[in-house]
Write a protein of this length. Structure first.
Length: 248
């Protein structure tokens, strides 16, 4: 790569979540971010295509879901012009911020830097910090739109735990982006109270505790399934069906 090509790559990276240039040589440019611990390497082929690799594993299924087959070549990621490179870098940065275990590490860091005296206040502050991080992770993962309806008004979106915060065995479970859905407030309330849940295929299941009139008013039949479900969601949704959902 010549100097102009490297400058162009650095500018695209800076604009798409990789704002720290670690090294820049004729062979490759390496990036990091202040917002997560991943490191990204961008190089160019003799034909002018970009090749992108990460020092830590980013979920290939998630990248495929968001970008499609065109961005893969063998075991590597590819981009064919500045626009596709920007889209690829933006997506990898979003996944680096949201997928395990980045939310857990961010939580530990913030808790460590929080000075608290009273035990109960400490518990509440830690919970608030964790829930804020959890919501931010879900906003990233679901593209800032409701997991069920696609609504994009952030003020209406809630971070819904499948396995409730208080029932989780560890902070890793509490902050796992797959232990939650980003739901519009009404559906969040239904999910939280166990009046709806979701099958392993993401299909909505309505409790018979919710009367038919209410179901019609809420138009639950219009959105029959989640927009997306990953295999990692299933464990937590199974817990929700077994322990939160009011079946009878």
């Amino acid at each position: 790569m010549d100097a102009l090509q490297r400058v162009n790559i650095e500018m695209i990276a800076y604009q798409n979540g990789w704002e720290v240039t670690v090294s820049s040589t004729d062979e490759a440019v390496v990036f990091r971010s202040a917002l997560h611990s991943k490191e990204l390497r961008v190089s160019m082929t003799p034909e002018g295509e970009y090749r992108v690799s990460c020092n830590a594993i980013l979920d290939r299924d998630e990248i495929f879901r968001l970008l499609g087959y065109d961005y893969f070549i063998g075991d590597s990621l590819r981009a064919w012009d500045s626009t596709s490179l920007g889209k690829l870098l933006e997506t990898t940065a979003m996944l680096a911020r949201s997928l395990p275990d980045h939310p857990l590490q961010l939580f530990k860091q913030k808790v460590q830097n929080t000075v608290i005296d009273r035990t109960e206040v400490e518990r509440l502050v830690k919970q608030r910090i964790g829930q804020d991080i959890f919501r931010s992770s879900l906003l990233d993962y679901w593209g800032a739109s409701c997991s069920l309806t696609g609504i994009r008004e952030k003020s209406l979106l809630r971070a819904s735990h499948a396995k409730p915060w208080a029932k989780c065995d560890s902070d890793e479970e509490r902050l796992n982006v797959f232990n939650g859905l980003l739901l519009e407030a009404r559906y969040d309330a239904l999910f939280d109270q166990g009046l709806i849940t979701f099958s392993d295929k993401g299909e909505i299941i309505v409790s018979n505790h919710l009367d038919v009139c209410t179901q019609e008013i809420l138009q639950l039949n219009i959105f029959p399934r989640l927009r997306w479900i990953a295999p990692e969601h299933i464990e937590f949704l199974s817990y929700h069906k077994a322990h939160v959902f009011m079946e009878q």
